[in-house]
Ligand binder design. Structure first.
Ligand SMILES: [Zn+2]
Ligand SMILES: [Zn+2]
Length: 368
């Protein structure tokens, strides 16, 4: 009985432990399944864009004295940043070299890599024209990116001066020649100079001429029918030179304001312009070598007189009573000044003598 009971109990105990093992196995399976389901749910809740893949490879090779270590780490984040880092370290027998390349397109502000095959951007360096003072340059080219000169600019020779138009320095008048010059339009250098001939005013009509004793020349005998206020005496009459102004030729011609005497005239007679009360200026050309007595006496408007440089004597009364005359220049050739030559010249304040002090002292002076 006991044995039977004991067997039953043992059998029951065996049954119990088998049941326990089954329960444990079921429980383990249940836990495993639950874990799988949970994992699946957890994964499905993740934002797909934040999926991360991380791989790491490490290779180490040692050969004798030299060592090569290559380490590659790749981290990919599909959200906003992609970073690739490659580090290669080589230790050779000869020396050390380390190359590090890092590239990324995120918060990184690294420079773009150098373009190994650079294409030049051609820019034309315009030609510069040469002048008479400075060399020019031919057209050239350079790269606007790297500055490399592609076609060098060569110097060009200076060019000759460019002559401009005439520039008047002094206008010619009926009494005097003028002058003009040209300049280079670039550098301003004087290139040519020329004399402008004395103006040939139309000669006065109606003057009365008379042949000189030599039958080879004329002199002005009288004003004749001429009514000009500016009298222009011609240098020739009927093909012969006019060499003189006769005695009383313009005596008391009260309307004359100026007289143009040509270079052909050598002598001015006595009283030739006496009492020409409107005559204001006169040029006695250098051709004149003799002047008569009282030639300009009483010319009350005569303010300036240019006396021929070739006159040696200022005769008696030549400029007497020229009350407007303020200054007189006496040429150095003058060796005598006659009586009353400047008497009554109440405005005369300056007498300039062109000769030396000795020459002045040697002049024979008449009475005032
Ligand atoms: Zn370049
Ligand atoms: Zn020049």
């Amino acid at each position: 009985m006991l044995n039977a009971v004991g067997l039953k109990r043992e059998k029951r105990n065996n049954m119990k432990s088998k049941k326990l093992i089954i329960i444990v196995v079921i429980a383990l399976v249940a836990v495993a399944l639950g874990s799988l389901i949970f994992s699946s749910i957890a994964n499905s809740n993740d934002d797909p864009t934040t999926t991360k893949t991380t791989s790491s490879t490490t290779t180490t090779t040692n050969k004798g004295g030299s060592g090569t270590t290559t380490s590659t780490t790749t981290t990919t984040t599909t959200t906003t940043t992609t970073t690739t880092t490659t580090t290669t370290t080589t230790n050779g027998n000869g020396g050390n070299s380390t190359t590090t390349t890092t590239s990324g397109n995120g918060q990184g502000s690294q420079d773009p890599p150098d373009d190994p095959v650079h294409t030049h951007t051609e820019v034309i360096d315009p030609a510069v024209g040469a002048t008479c003072e400075k060399e020019g340059l031919t057209e050239g080219k350079h790269c606007s990116d790297c500055g490399t000169v592609l076609v060098p600019q060569e110097p060009t020779d200076k060019i000759p001066c460019i002559e401009g138009g005439w520039i008047i320095d002094k206008e010619a008048t009926a009494a005097e020649a003028g002058s003009k010059h040209t300049e280079c339009t670039m550098c301003g250098k004087t290139m040519s100079t020329e004399v402008i001939p004395q103006l040939q005013l139309p000669v006065s009509e109606g003057l009365k001429f008379q042949l000189n004793a030599d039958q080879q020349s004329y002199f002005v005998k009288r004003i004749g029918t001429c009514t000009d206020t500016v009298v222009v005496i011609p240098s020739t009459h009927e093909g012969l030179p006019v060499t003189g102004i006769g005695t009383y030729a313009f005596y008391q011609c009260t309307s004359i304001t100026a007289v143009i005497i040509p270079n052909s005239v050598k002598s001015i007679g006595d009283y030739a312009f006496q009492d020409c009360i409107s005559l204001s200026s006169i040029d006695i050309p250098s051709s004149v070598t003799s002047m008569g007595q009282y030639a300009f006496q009483g010319c009350k408007q005569l303010a300036s007189v240019k006396i021929s440089e070739n006159i040696s004597a200022i005769p008696n009364g030549a400029f007497g009573n020229c009350t407007s005359l303020t200054s007189v220049t006496i040429p150095s050739y003058v060796t005598s000044i006659g009586n009353f030559s400047f008497s009554g010249c109440t405005s005369l304040s300056t007498i300039e003598f062109k000769g030396t002090k000795e020459q002045w002292s040697a002049i024979s002076l008449g009475t005032k």
